[in-house]
Design a protein around this ligand. Structure first.
Ligand code: ZN
Length: 374
């Protein structure tokens, strides 16, 4: 993930820290400082945040290891100030698998909470909920309640929370996957509105933030399920451009300008000895013109690297990858040789075509039904 540093590798999965996490630590130090906490207590506060994030890592590892049991690899686990994200290579469409992967995370926190509870009770410490945020009352009791909150929060039936996935898996065992996603996303957005109202009424900015997070998470999930349903079984090969202009790393930018004007292409694969070197997009080209002028060589332009996609990859996966990497186009290869260019426009066109054909099918079905009742 961009902007992250690798902390450690557990069970072959990289655990990464996103740079915004640094802001959280700085914020905490400032917060403790302003509250005039004794240094010892501030250290305890930071230790609490660390302990909490270890619990979050274990939670994400729960997802990752459950996914591995179903042969779904995890790319990495990234820690953000608001929590962790395990980037699974794909989410299985089989409801039972998605259910177990989603439940595995919160189950880890239930386990941690149980162990903490046993320790606290055995050693005669207090466990009253009032201990939350009052570290003086007990480090372990606070950590126990934090884990309880983590479970409750994650099991809310709203995407992108685990509870949203559990809900979709349960619905999908009864109905079509896309319909189940739409319903689960609707429930999520309803909850988001509820959070927003509660946030406004109680002047709680954190609730408002969660509301936004849930709202857009649900929207994205519904959109992706829609994309999956209309591009089902279609590979990159079917969608890619096969007529396109290319550039050589030794070409100067005026060659690129000429290609841009002469063709309808907006991004150009850069090829050297049959090997894909990268991609020059219109946006990059404009930036390079602004910075360097027409006589610069393409190989000296920054940010032209663009990892090729195999033509046999499914379209929805290629789309996910391009979105994650913030690309609007990608070179497509078959056994290492360039065979096409995939753009977001291609993908949008495929979606329009299949949607039109699906409607046509639907219409014909209705017409046949009407004819049968005549
Ligand atoms: Zn989770």
């Amino acid at each position: 993930m961009k902007g992250s540093i690798r902390l450690i590798t557990i069970a072959g999965i990289d655990i990464q820290l996103h740079w915004t996490f640094g802001l959280l630590i700085i914020g905490l130090v400032v917060f403790f400082g302003m509250r005039g906490l004794e240094p010892a207590l501030a250290v305890l506060g930071i230790a609490m945040v660390m302990a909490l994030f270890i619990c979050v890592v274990l939670h994400e590892l729960g997802h990752a290891l459950a996914a591995r049991r179903f042969d779904v690899p995890t790319r990495d686990i990234t820690l953000y100030p608001i929590g962790g994200v395990a980037r699974l290579q794909r989410i299985p469409e089989e409801p039972a698998k998605e259910f177990w992967i989603a439940v595995a995370g919160p189950a880890v926190n239930v386990g941690i909470a149980f162990v903490l509870l046993v320790i606290i009770v055995a050693s005669g410490m207090s466990i009253r909920p009032a201990n939350l945020f009052d570290l003086r009352a007990g480090f372990w009791a606070t950590l126990f309640w934090m884990n309880v909150v983590l479970v409750a929060f994650n099991m809310l039936p709203a995407f992108p929370m685990d509870g949203g996935r559990v809900l979709r898996a349960l619905l999908a065992s009864k109905m079509d996957y896309t319909r189940a996603t739409e319903l689960a996303a609707g429930v999520g957005q309803g909850m988001a509105l509820l959070f927003a109202v509660m946030g406004v009424v109680s002047f709680n900015p954190i609730l408002l933030f969660i509301a936004l997070f849930v709202y857009f998470g649900a929207q994205q999930e519904a959109r992706y399920a829609g994309l999956r349903s209309v591009t089902k079984g279609i590979s990159v090969r079917r969608a890619m451009l096969t007529r396109f202009e290319m550039l050589d790393p030794d070409d100067t930018l005026d060659v690129a300008v000429e290609r841009l004007l002469r063709s309808s292409d907006q991004s150009f694969p850069i090829i050297r000895d049959d090997e894909v070197v990268g991609m020059l997009t219109r946006k990059r080209l404009m930036k390079a013109l602004e910075d360097h002028g027409l006589t610069t060589r393409i190989r000296d332009v920054e940010g032209i690297e663009s990892a090729p996609i195999e033509d046999s990859v499914m379209l929805d996966q290629a789309f996910m990858r391009m979105q994650e990497e913030g690309r609007t186009s990608a070179p497509v290869v078959r056994s290492g040789r360039l065979v096409g260019v995939l753009t977001l426009d291609n993908i949008a066109e495929v979606m329009m075509i299949t949607t039109a054909l699906q409607r046509n099918n639907e219409r014909r079905r209705v017409r046949n039904q009407l004819a049968a009742t005549d």
